[in-house]
Design a protein around this ligand. Sequence first.
Ligand code: SAM
Ligand code: SF4
Length: 340
Amino acid sequence: MDAIATPPARLVDRFEREVSYLRLSVTDRCDFRCVYCMAEDMTFLPREQVLSLEELFSVGSAFTELGVRKIRITGGEPLIRRNIMSLFQRLGQLPGLEQLALTTNGSQLTTMAAPLRDAGVNRINVSLDSLDPARFHRITRTGDLSKVLSGIESAVDAGFDSVKINAVILKGRNEDEIIDLVAYARNTGVDLCFIEEMPLGIIDEHDRALTYCSSDEIYDIVHGEYSLQPEEDTRGADTGGPARYYGMADSGSRIGFISPHSHNFCHLCNRVRLTAEGRLLLCLGNEHSADLKQVLRSNPDDTDALKHAIVAAMDLKPERHHFDLSAAPDIVRFMNMTGG
Ligand code: SAM
Ligand code: SF4
């Protein structure tokens, strides 16, 4: 057998970064319309353009055979996709997969948290930007805060290895809730990660240059109230990516910062993303991609063709991204397409 016929057991890009983490967007649809993520009036993909659950499983399986050890299911809102639990159950059985994670808006978690845990999901991130019901509704445009809070409680009760809250802080919108969100995380016994808003998709709801709140500003506010101690390994076995984490002496909760603008961690990047329509994105902030849907649909049942396409795509992974909030976004795809 020649070398081309045997895909390697690990994925390495041109800059010697090993790709061990896949983020799989299972739908572009969502029951929320968060102001930083979507326009109010969205057109979603026709269903036939979205990968089937079978195709999603094939991609997850091929990546695991190529050395990927962590898969995060995201979207859109993954938990509103019909029969999604069957995908979790199958991925949860993949040999070699060490972490099966989920990012969700929490709206369905009250009933789904325990079955997800049973299916093998071990880490769960829930987005929560406000603890005020009216404000939460304004930011998400449709969301019911009480359902999300009850979903987070169910997730804590279900005993995941990690439950983490993700909060996007926008000036003039929710920056006055930073300390309340930290207190909530401490009381609930979960981690909390602050994310800088990224210029993905054209939104008309606010000017991103005006609402941008840097991780450093948020850090100062939190540190003014709670003493934060940096964790030694910011990449940590579980984070494996661009978050910096801090502990607090009197609490098990950790505070993280994802800073795509102010602290660039591209040199440590270990991840790639698959959009709901099967485009493999090599970088969140660039358009380099490979069309895996085309490979899947023209070579059904040919795992090697899929694996070769994945290996070849590694050469497309750019060295880094550049975000500029003062200019029109270079990346016109919305975050729900990208798979945040
Ligand atoms: N619907 C799920 C949720 O909200 O968690 C999963 C998909 S959502 C796109 C994943 C994460 O991306 C969320 O934590 C959300 O806050 C974040 N996000 C969406 N648009 C963003 C943007 N423009 N900048 C930064 N984070 C964004
Ligand atoms: Fe939906 Fe998540 Fe985007 Fe909010 S951030 S609109 S919940 S996909």
